[in-house]
Design a protein around this ligand. Structure first.
Ligand code: C2O
Ligand code: CU
Ligand code: CU
Length: 497
């Protein structure tokens, strides 16, 4: 049975109100597993988010206008869904800029309430970060600008208003930000946008009988909203026409809380070529890949002429006792790939891609530990006016992060990319050997993360670190740090808006 059916029987709706029907908890539990393998019609061509067009490329800067607005989006037959979007009604354009380029944005907020746009994964001044201290009031315009100083990677943007991030994202405010550079261009990876280099923003959503978004929280749920329908780039049940022998997918887990265990319906192997912060040292072949909310992966998938295969999410090992209620046992069809009768292009990948993270041997200026439990980090809830600590510009720190309460969490740090040095003292699995900015925290394990803080000192404007399960973040599982120049001390929070 589909979860949706269970939700209807037991009347779980907005706000998580629960009325148990005749079968009680046992029936609810039994029905909570969703299996859509072979059930999805795949009737919509995968929409490709348009590339944002710069208004001007003057003084060496690319200037973009981004308008955040309410609207209506047609996801399925029947009424349109009330949504939010950026330069459109749902999601936003893909921004693309090269390393070394300057970017300037005019972010206009056309909503009836304050929101923000945070550039997830970007190395930039804290005042430009778009976090909870850079909200844009209703009707206002915010003009962040910075120079891109990091390698090619798939980054993204989304709102970050403390207490409302989950809601604002769920309504549709999410887009990709692709950074290019010469090194990545020289590799001959599939790179024609929308043809063999395909963005996939994967999100779960739940609809009511009028096709409006609802935010169901499973009975006894600990993660926040879990939807029973999977959207890719805003389409339910999409297909993609494959024309090349290799296709690069830029996967973003754009869900509020759902964990995906990606794989293909025939268990084919694919190559992981990049993670959050950029290219791996070399491709890693696998048939499964976990992505928790906020994480990205670039994978290259081989295709044969004429075939059809589905991208799926498989059941997960991270669920715990009642994990089924929050989607961990689900088997979900996500997107169908339909290969043409003849396919063009190369079938081989370069053996060497990038440079492996090199922080393992670095001198460590400070070690810190972070325990995530009960919507808090180290026993404290996020407070807008409390800066938790300062780090010294130019130094490397090692942060040991532990998930200590049995629920799914992950850990995201603003401004920097980090290297996962060890997991419980051991070398991490291959998917964690590249640069990351968000990492899934397996319950009880100790993750040792190394990061270098460079540039952009500001004692008064903090960056965030937090769990990227958005309800947890909104509930306070977040903290703030500043990057200090020589002789500087942690200051008092300045709000920029
Ligand atoms: Cu994706 Cu603090 O954010
Ligand atoms: Cu971020
Ligand atoms: Cu969490």
């Amino acid at each position: 049975m589909r979860r949706r059916t269970a939700l209807k029987i037991f009347g779980i709706g907005v706000g998580g109100a629960v009325v148990l029907g005749g079968g009680g908890f046992g029936a609810y539990y039994a029905a909570a597993k969703s299996d859509t393998a072979g059930e999805i019609a795949f009737g919509t061509a995968l929409p490709i988010p348009p590339l944002a067009k710069p208004e001007s490329v003057e003084r060496g800067a690319r200037a973009y206008k981004l308008g955040i607005q309410p609207g209506e989006t047609r996801f399925k037959p029947g009424p349109a869904t009330r949504t939010w979007g950026v330069n459109g009604t749902y999601l936003g354009p893909t921004i693309r800029a090269r390393r070394g380029e300057r970017v300037e944005f005019a972010v206009r907020n056309g909503l009836d309430r304050a929101t923000s746009l945070h550039w997830h994964g970007m190395h930039l001044p804290a005042a430009m970060d778009g976090g909870p201290h850079q909200t844009v009031p209703a009707g206002g315009t915010w003009e962040p600008r910075w120079t891109i100083e990091q390698p090619a990677a798939t980054l993204w943007y989304h709102p970050h208003v403390h207490g409302s991030t989950a809601d604002h994202m769920y309504r549709g405010l999410t887009g990709l930000f692709i950074v290019d550079d010469d090194d990545a261009d020289a590799l001959n990876l599939p790179s024609e946008y929308g043809v063999d280099d395909v963005p996939m923003i994967v999100q779960d959503r739940a609809f009511d009988g009028d096709n409006q978004f609802v935010q169901p929280v499973p009975l006894g749920g600990s993660l926040g909203v879990i939807g029973d329908e999977i959207l890719v780039n805003g389409a339910v049940g999409p297909y993609f026409d494959v024309t090349t022998r290799l296709v690069r997918l830029r996967l973003l887990n754009g869900s509020n809380a759902r964990l995906y265990n990606f794989g293909f319906s025939d268990d084919r192997r694919f190559s992981l070529v990049a993670t959050d912060g950029g290219l791996l040292a070399k491709p890693w072949q696998t048939s499964r890949l976990y992505l928790s909310p906020g994480e990205r992966a670039e994978i290259v998938v081989p295709f044969e002429p004429g075939e059809r295969v589905e991208l799926r999410s498989y059941p997960s090992e991270y669920g715990g006792t009642l994990g089924r209620l929050e989607g961990f046992d689900d088997l979900l069809d996500i997107c169908q790939f339909r290969a043409a009768g003849t396919l063009s292009g190369d079938a081989r990948l370069p053996a060497v891609l990038g440079v492996a993270p090199d922080l393992a041997g670095a001198a460590v200026a400070a070690r810190r530990s972070f325990v995530l439990a009960s919507d808090q980090i180290n026993g404290r809830s996020m407070a807008m006016d409390r800066i938790d600590f300062g780090v010294r510009e130019g130094t490397v720190e090692v942060w040991e992060v532990t998930n200590d309460n049995g629920y799914l969490h992950n850990f995201h740090v603003h401004d920097v990319r980090f290297q996962v040095l060890t997991v419980d003292g051991k070398t991490p699995e291959p998917s964690l050997l590249g640069w990351k900015d968000t990492v899934l925290l397996a319950q009880g394990k100790r993750f040792r993360l190394a990061m270098r803080f460079s540039d952009h000192t500001d004692p008064n404007v903090p960056y965030m670190y937090h769990c990227h399960l958005l309800q947890h973040e909104d509930d306070g599982m977040m903290g703030q740090f500043v990057v200090l120049g020589e002789g500087e001390q942690v200051g008092a929070v300045h709000h920029h808006s």
